[in-house]
Write a protein that binds this ligand. Structure first.
Ligand code: ADP
Length: 226
């Protein structure tokens, strides 16, 4: 569950990035957030992963109230939320396998468990054949699959995909969207941001529209109407 209650973010330079934004996302939902550039989408995502603090308002994710969360609990929170970005953010000197394994290593997961989990997740995203390849040796779509595998291997409750198809051609974009739908069917909440009208309209899923830091539309079967 993701709950934002009248959240406002004012940056030190006085820019109002979010202005009394409220939204409620249930477990296992698939939600797309749309908004023009500068509308406040990235700020919203940074709030959810606690890279940004609200100036006012309340944020609750799962059972965690962001007002009272202990600093020592932030890694636990970040484990519950996987994030993938437009530019993949893979480590270029590590193979596909190692990029995914690294996410577990930094959380202190035992080698035996890593050896069990990584091949399973690479199979889920269709990358078993590319496990030994480096990011420089695979396509954009495969890079995004690697990033998704890395986010998923820690078993997050929520997957945030911030413009995941922004650097991909239409065919690869659809493959990634289908992968996100599959992950959602397995029970992970998916929060997608995209500027791709074709994708939003074809998804026929919930769409939250943000404009100038406000939620201006929230529709169960939404369309891209910017
Ligand atoms: P979006 O992701 O929808 O493009 P952002 O959340 O990045 O929107 O930005 C919302 C507003 O906040 C914009 O006016 C942007 O210029 C501003 N902004 C974003 N990050 C910062 C920051 N670190 N400091 C000051 N202003 C910022």
């Amino acid at each position: 569950m993701i709950l934002l209650d009248r959240v406002t973010v004012i940056y030190p330079n006085k820019t109002v990035a979010l202005s009394g934004a409220s939204l409620h996302i249930q477990p296992k939902e698939f939600v797309t957030i749309v908004g023009a550039s500068g509308a406040g989408k990235s700020t919203l995502i940074r709030l959810l992963i606690k890279e940004e603090e609200p100036t006012s308002g309340k944020i609750i994710v799962g059972s965690i109230d962001y007002d009272t969360i202990d600093k020592s609990n932030i890694p636990h929170l970040r484990r519950k939320i996987g994030v993938v970005f437009q530019d993949f953010k893979l480590l270029p000197n590590l193979t596909v396998y190692e990029n995914v394994a690294f996410a577990l290593e930094v959380s202190g997961v035992k080698t035996k468990e890593i050896k069990r989990a990584v091949p399973k997740i690479l199979q889920l995203v269709g990358l078993s054949e590319k496990a030994r390849h480096y990011p420089g040796e695979i396509s954009g779509g495969e890079k995004q699959r690697t990033a998704i595998a890395r986010a998923l291997v820690r078993n997050p409750k929520i997957l945030i995909a911030d413009e995941p198809t922004g650097n991909l051609d239409p065919k690869n974009s659809w493959d990634i969207i289908e992968l996100l739908l599959k992950i959602n069917r397995f029970g992970t909440t998916v929060v997608l941001t995209t500027h791709n009208k074709d994708i939003v309209d074809a998804l026929k899923k919930r769409v939250i529209t943000i404009s100038r830091g406000r939620v201006v539309k929230d529709e169960k079967v939404g369309k891209y109407t910017l």
